[in-house]
Write a protein that binds this ligand. Structure first.
Ligand code: FES
Length: 511
């Protein structure tokens, strides 16, 4: 029987691939607002501003909705694992209420847009669950159900989830949604263009000067002047507020395959932190359902045998849902803020015209849409009830989120300083088998060396161009990953994901 090959890209990018790229600006530009990054946060911000009559240019280094947003699991839920009990304990009941309202209004705004414009994006209303199979975690889930209900969500504690296996208990929130993110965002991009917004692809911004106006410089040397700037590049590429000390990158694997209707659950599911498994389904063109499973998270560059991790996830999908053939596999990347609340607002304490949206954890769909409204309100001087909740200036590290902050900084220091001091034995380049990669010391310099399937060596500097940490090889994805802040590079050093904006320098191995 013919077995369809496993596609190493997301289902969303596979079914709606990027078409002809929109050209970059052909000369200097002046606009009201420049948005850097065309994921869901950037495009949602651009939409909110264009529909309010502002002139907007979106500058995307790669392709629209093809980075982190193109690799999401695309759940639109206000239930974010166990956020409400934590929020009411750390920031109070009003903060929990505002969080619930802001996320719920984002989902409603997307639903309204889909209905108004007739967007065909596989939109489905579905309940969201945080579930556990471990009885000793039930008190946490009961507390979360109570906190989420108190925050205003239609939440309850349940033991029936629709999953084809028993659970100890779950928090259920009804009336949430799931969709095809690229279908939605391609329609949103059309709407932005239709309202006069300009979208530029393959336009990497490499410089930002805040002022009146702010001036952005692209890699091609084009200057973009704007009254306000939004940095929506997932991990912020410009960061004078040192937000990178308050964000931890997390890579998470995803597998997908057709699931039998009898075992296809109706909702969206996630387990609490620590042993994360997440699942949802999506409609297939043939009328069947695709199961999408996420898990096996790790700090980029520290995933060990990532191939084996994909195997674990596939085995879990087979065991729990009877999925006997995977059609797709890919990886998502998230940034966790120190207090698990996104950072949306002024880029740094003195900033008046430059804003940022980052730190959505695993919840960038509702978070990105929420950020679009919040940033449009800030830029247009419109009061927003939850601007303080998400204000990036709120965090006083060490004092408030000391444990998380110090742990992440210790990890960064280890990769930044420790990797320079420790010099473990390195195999010579001729010891690399096809598909392998390693950091080698060549003429006293650290080189990131990969041998491709044809036997050719690819050698680049192993120093990340963001702040100089050593990159590490991910053999399953054939990428170099930086453990400090999550930058990713292809085997020839090209930037796949920031905050780095410059490629790894080529190295000559002299072979
Ligand atoms: Fe910051 Fe590499 S991403 S040093």
């Amino acid at each position: 029987m013919h077995q369809q090959a496993l596609t190493h890209r997301s289902y969303w990018l596979d079914t709606i691939p990027p078409g002809e790229p929109a050209p970059g600006p052909d000369g200097d530009l002046t606009v009201d607002v420049a948005v850097v990054g065309a994921g869901i946060a950037g495009l949602s911000t651009a939409w909110e501003l264009t529909r309010r009559g502002h002139g907007v240019a979106v500058l995307e280094a790669d392709r629209l909705a093809a980075g982190v947003t193109g690799n999401t699991t695309a759940k639109l839920s206000a239930l974010h694992t166990l956020v409400y009990d934590r929020l009411r304990r750390t920031r109070g009941r009003e903060a929990a209420r505002l969080y619930a309202r802001s996320q719920s209004e984002a989902i409603r705004a997307a639903a309204d847009l889909v209905a108004e414009r007739g967007i065909d994006c596989d939109w489905e209303e579905a309940p969201a669950f945080t579930y556990t199979e471990e009885a000793d975690r039930l008190p946490e889930l009961r507390a979360e159900a109570e906190a989420a209900r108190e925050a205003g969500l239609p939440a309850s504690f349940v033991t029936e989830t629709g999953l084809p296996f028993p659970v100890a208990g779950a928090v259920r929130v009804t009336g949430q949604a799931q969709f095809h993110p690229r279908k939605y965002l391609m329609a949103l991009a059309d709407a932005i263009r239709g309202a006069g917004g300009r979208l530029y692809e393959h336009t990497r911004v490499v410089g930002l000067r805040e002022g009146e106006p702010c001036v952005l410089t692209t890699e091609a040397g084009v200057r973009v002047s704007a009254r306000a700037v939004v940095v929506a590049t997932h991990y912020p590429v410009f960061d004078r507020a040192l937000l990178f000390t308050r964000l931890s990158p997390r890579r998470e694997l995803v597998v997908a395959g057709p699931v039998d209707a009898a075992r296809a659950p109706d909702g969206m599911y996630i387990t609490p932190e620590g042993s994360t498994r997440s699942a949802r389904t999506a409609p297939l063109p043939d009328g069947g359902r695709l199961l999408i499973v996420t898990g096996e998270h790790f700090t980029p560059g520290t995933g060990g045998d990532v191939e084996a991790r994909f195997g674990e996830l596939g085995a879990w999908a087979a065991d729990r849902f009877g999925v006997d053939r995977l059609s797709h596999r890919w990886a998502a990347q998230d940034n966790d803020s120190t207090d698990t609340v996104p950072l949306v607002g002024p880029l740094h304490p003195a900033s008046r015209h430059v804003h940022v949206a980052t730190g959505f954890g695993g919840w960038g769909m509702s978070g990105g849409i929420m950020a679009g409204r919040l940033l449009a309100d800030l830029i247009t001087g419109t009061p927003c009830p939850w601007s303080d909740l998400y204000d990036p200036r709120r965090i006083r590290p060490v004092v408030r989120e000391g444990g998380h902050f110090l742990k992440h900084q210790a990890q960064v220091a280890r990769h930044f300083v420790g990797d320079r001091l420790l010099a473990p034995a390195r195999p010579p380049a001729d010891g690399l088998a096809p598909g392998e990669g390693a950091v080698l010391t060549v003429d006293g310099r650290r080189c990131a060396v990969h041998r491709d399937d044809d036997g050719q060596l690819h050698a680049v500097s192993a120093r990340c161009t963001h702040m100089g940490c050593l990159v590490a090889f991910n053999a399953a994805e054939r990428t170099w990953e930086c453990p400090c802040h999550g930058s990713r590079f292809d085997v020839d050093g090209n930037v796949l994901q920031g905050p780095a904006v410059r490629p790894l320098e080529p190295r000559d191995l002299g072979v």
